[in-house]
Design a binder for this molecule. Structure first.
Ligand SMILES: [Zn+2]
Length: 243
């Protein structure tokens, strides 16, 4: 186990104590698609101690080009189970669990029990549901969105000063011109790797200020990753005293 983790010791995870702290954390990843499958593998390699992966969908052929964990013989099988199978093969030193459920009003309360939750969904309605839930219960989570060649990452925590509704009013994702417009694996992998970075910085409290009032924006065509300072405050955040 020590050999598995020894190359994690970097400026981000500076010593064995910080690795041990990461091993004590529990997280939930919501969605096992383009974002979630990569995030799962990154967090498994980082050594987050308990990871629950929530996804109710099955693997389809159209997923394979960007959801690189899955294989042709996984088509029709549970994404959550297939992804957890692969993560378990990568790192047997952590606890991994597949939750084959759709997040909805009746089960969202379970997300309060994690140290951090990662929004890797692709449905706008679910993203708003998650955003409003975490805002209401004052719990942290990391939003990410990947579409076409564009990515966004935003870390919400109660002391951070902004919520997802601030972001959506300030800089919404580019509109989807067609249901047939795709998303590159490059976009999803880059975005979710940066989402994992936000998560580990939050969990280890190392570099957390880099995310305060920040939307991280990626544009692959312009070879651009940019930190944008959020200046807009939605109506509910503008009533908050946190700046
Ligand atoms: Zn807000």
């Amino acid at each position: 186990m020590d050999i598995f983790f020894e190359k994690n010791l970097t400026l981000l995870i500076p010593n064995a104590k910080s690795q041990e702290e990461l091993l004590q954390k529990n997280i939930a990843i919501i969605g096992a698609g383009g974002l979630g499958h990569n995030l799962l593998m990154q967090c498994s390699g980082l050594g987050v101690g308990v990871i629950d992966l929530w996804d109710f969908d099955v693997v389809s052929e159209g997923n394979l080009q960007r959801q690189l964990l899955y294989r042709y013989d996984d088509i029709g099988k549970s994404k959550a189970l297939c992804a957890i199978r692969e993560a378990s093969r990568l790192n047997p030193h952590i606890k991994l669990k597949a939750k084959e459920e759709k997040i909805a009003d009746n089960n969202i309360h379970q997300l309060q029990n994690y140290d951090l939750v990662f929004d890797c969904t692709d449905a706008f309605e679910t993203k708003i549901l998650l955003a409003d839930f975490f805002y209401a219960v004052k719990r942290p989570y990391v939003f990410a969105s990947a579409y076409n060649i564009y990515g966004q990452v935003f870390l919400y925590w109660p002391e951070g000063g902004h919520c997802l509704r601030c972001i959506q009013e300030f800089m919404p994702m580019p509109p989807r011109k067609s249901e047939h417009t795709g998303t590159l694996g490059l976009t999803a992998t880059l975005t979710s790797t940066l989402q994992a970075l936000a998560g580990v910085q939050f969990l280890t409290r190392n570099g957390l200020d880099e995310w305060k009032n920040i939307l991280l924006y990626c544009d692959l065509m312009r070879v651009l990753t940019k930190k944008i300072t959020i200046t807009h405050r939605c109506s509910r955040c503008s009533k908050s005293e946190v700046l």
